[in-house]
Design a protein around this ligand. Structure first.
Ligand code: HEM
Ligand SMILES: *[C@@H]1O[C@H](CO)[C@@H](O)[C@H](O)[C@H]1NC(C)=O
Ligand SMILES: *[C@@H]1O[C@H](CO)[C@@H](O)[C@H](O)[C@H]1NC(C)=O
Ligand SMILES: *[C@@H]1O[C@H](CO)[C@@H](O)[C@H](O)[C@H]1NC(C)=O
Length: 569
């Protein structure tokens, strides 16, 4: 009696819960099944129990365990060449996503319908950036902040920040010199530190000296990120996560607020000494200082008395601090990865490297003072057209990011076969990598050909419209793209004349094998531990799943000085 009552009290809620979950699952799969019947393309192997999870798992199992998930889509992309989109049903792990790799569909999602950022993205970004920020804002709030921040990122303002970037790359060169004749080191690590250095100097006018030793701001941000995951339950459910992120979130917020306060005081002094309207500074202003001026102009009459007694606006300071954190978050990995792959492409294509050096020699001469020349005359970077072409071509083959948008009720996309895809309750992702190597629109898609960025429209190599979008196209494109393209050009100008960087994966792999424990060796010999494949499409420096799709193993490499004789003759 007692036992059966116990069974009923415990059993009933469990059974109801199971039924509830099953019915949600059933409704979910029913919707996907209907979409399929309506003609929405999706990979074969979909099942009522697993959706496409097993399909994905099977593709992933053929790749190195840390390879980027997009790399697993290779076959699926060729299977769907006719539609240039397919639906992946990852429920219950993720929401189902439309995977787009055709330019017309990408334009529909990002420009024609300008689909919004996922509605709950702001919450998942909160621990990282502290609250609302440009990347997750929508509508009016986004419009206001985008227009406050745009002047600072404009091409003309970015040119005034060239000397600041040169300073950061001087430190990068100094660190490279220390590795000359030394052992194998991670280029990725150095590039990450450089990227963060450039972002804080240009957007906040703060020199963290983070390339030489870890600054407390970057320590705090890195710790927050180590405790962050968009999905991993081992991290999300850890009871320490919230207090750790809270503590370092405070450290970050306080530091950035102090810096903003300093910029505000400087503005007041500038204005007092120069008088009149918001003053011209002697030194190029940071992105955030410009935004602050715009904000004050927008909010107040610019009469002197009011300005002198003004406090730093709390609302502005709060969100501006989030924006700075976002710049670091959005720019750190992506820029670093691009730096690494650019050197990798130059290593793999010696004739391209030779042309890059030729261009620099023609513009800057052969002396060691290219950095000073740039400081005095920033527009010189715009003469380095071939160098820019190299960077663009690298970003075509190794785009570090992609786009995600949320579908809307009543908005449909149309694929190349004319099938109408309702986007309600779906996310759409634009897979930049596969748009960039789409055979239908790109001639010789897998070849590294900087020339395609230098030919006139009408030439067979001329890039197809809508087919190149490493920074995304449309209103929500990357606000930092000019900064990135300048930084890459300056880095190349200042380094390729002095250094020669070569990957050292062979040494790295040998060292790893030698380091393996006896136990590990035994397992391997018994066939109980399998050796994973170490390349993707024949490339050892494959893109990994780390944010920004960093090259495998942090790109172990060696650097040597370019021999003067070899260079000059
Ligand atoms: C190679 C480096 C970079 C790449 C490839 C890249 C790529 C992108 C892409 C694809 C988007 C659109 C995301 C989407 O549609 O979901 C984006 C947005 C954004 N990026 Fe970048 N980014 C890079 C560097 C940077 C840097 C250095 C900064 C800032 C200093 C930055 C700031 C932003 C911001 C603020 C947005 C959001 C813009 C908005 O929604 O209005 N990015 N980036
Ligand atoms: C910057 O990128 C590096 C390399 O992926 C990562 O370890 C670090 O946590 C990132 N930091 C921030 C603040 O984004
Ligand atoms: C879209 O993706 C985000 C995660 O990036 C998720 O939180 C959201 O619920 C998804 N929306 C839909 C409609 O699937
Ligand atoms: C191998 O071990 C040495 C000494 O413990 C260490 O310094 C090195 O980083 C290790 N290398 C790899 C590839 O794990």
């Amino acid at each position: 009696m007692a036992l059966s009552r116990l069974f009923i009290t415990i059993g009933t809620p469990i059974i109801s819960a199971v039924i509830y979950v099953l019915s949600i699952g059933y409704r979910h799969r029913l919707r996907i099944s209907r979409l399929r019947k309506q003609g929405v393309a999706m990979p074969a192997g979909w099942s009522w129990w697993f959706g496409h999870l097993r399909v994905l798992d099977e593709k992933l199992s053929r790749l190195p365990p840390d390879a980027n998930v997009y790399m697993a889509m290779e076959d699926l992309v060729s299977d769907h060449a006719a539609t240039e989109v397919f639906l992946m049903d990852y429920w219950p792990v993720f929401q189902p996503v439309l995977m787009i790799f055709g330019p017309e569909l990408a334009v529909q999602a990002s420009i024609r319908h300008d689909l919004p950022k996922p509605h709950d993205q702001q919450e998942s970004f909160r621990p990282v950036v502290g609250g609302p920020s440009l990347i997750t804002m929508n509508n009016e709030q986004w419009r206001m902040w985008r227009s406050l921040l745009s002047p600072g990122f404009s091409a003309s303002h970015m040119l005034s920040l060239v000397p600041t970037i040169v300073d950061a790359i001087d430190v990068f060169c100094e660190r490279l010199r220390k590795h000359v004749g030394g052992g194998v080191f991670s280029l990725d690590d150095m590039a990450t530190r450089l990227a963060m250095d450039v972002i804080t100097r240009t957007t906040l006018d703060t020199d963290l000296d983070n390339q030489r030793s870890e600054h407390k701001l970057s320590h705090a941000l890195n710790t927050i990120l180590n405790w962050h995951s968009f999905w991993d339950p081992r991290i999300l459910l850890n009871p320490l996560r919230i207090p750790v992120q809270w503590y370092y979130g405070r450290v970050t917020a306080l530091f950035i607020r102090q810096e903003l306060q300093k910029r505000f005081e400087e503005m007041k002094t500038d204005r007092a000494t120069i008088g009149g309207t918001l003053g011209r500074a002697r030194k190029a202003k940071s992105v955030i200082a410009l935004a602050l001026e715009e904000y004050i102009t927008m909010k107040h009459e610019t009469n002197k008395e009011a300005f002198d007694s003004m406090e730093l606006d709390k609302d502005f300071a709060q969100i501006a601090a989030n924006q700075i954190r976002l710049f670091i978050f959005a720019g750190n990995d992506s820029t670093a990865t691009t730096i690494v792959y650019t050197y990798h492409m130059l290593f793999q294509h010696p004739s391209v490297l030779a042309k890059v050096r030729e261009e620099h020699d023609a513009i800057f001469g052969r002396g060691p003072d290219a950095g000073d020349r740039l400081r005095d005359n920033p527009v010189l970077i715009n003469l380095c057209r071939y160098t820019l072409a190299v960077v663009k071509e690298t970003l075509r083959l190794y785009p570090p990011a992609s786009s995600i948008r949320e579908g809307l009720t009543g908005v449909s996309l149309t694929d190349r076969e004319g099938n109408v895809i309702p986007t309600e309750h779906l996310n759409a992702t634009i897979m930049h990598r596969y748009v960039h190597v789409n055979k239908r629109i790109w001639p010789r898609p897998m070849e590294f050909l900087p020339e395609r960025w230098l030919v006139e429209p009408g030439h067979e190599l001329h890039p197809p419209s809508g087919g190149y979008r490493p920074f995304e196209l449309g209103p929500r494109n990357c606000i930092g793209q000019t900064l990135v393209l300048n930084e890459l050009r300056i880095a190349l100008i200042m380094t390729v004349r002095e250094f020669s960087i070569r990957p050292a994966y062979d040494e790295w792999d040998a060292m790893k094998l030698a380091n393996e424990s006896l136990y590990g060796k035994l397992l391997r010999q018994l066939g109980l531990r399998k050796s994973h494949c170490k390349t993707v499409l024949g490339e050892r420096a494959y893109q990994t799943s780390r944010a920004g799709a960093h090259a495998a193993d942090g790109y172990p490499c060696r650097v040597s000085l370019l021999k003067a004789e070899a260079h000059c003759c």
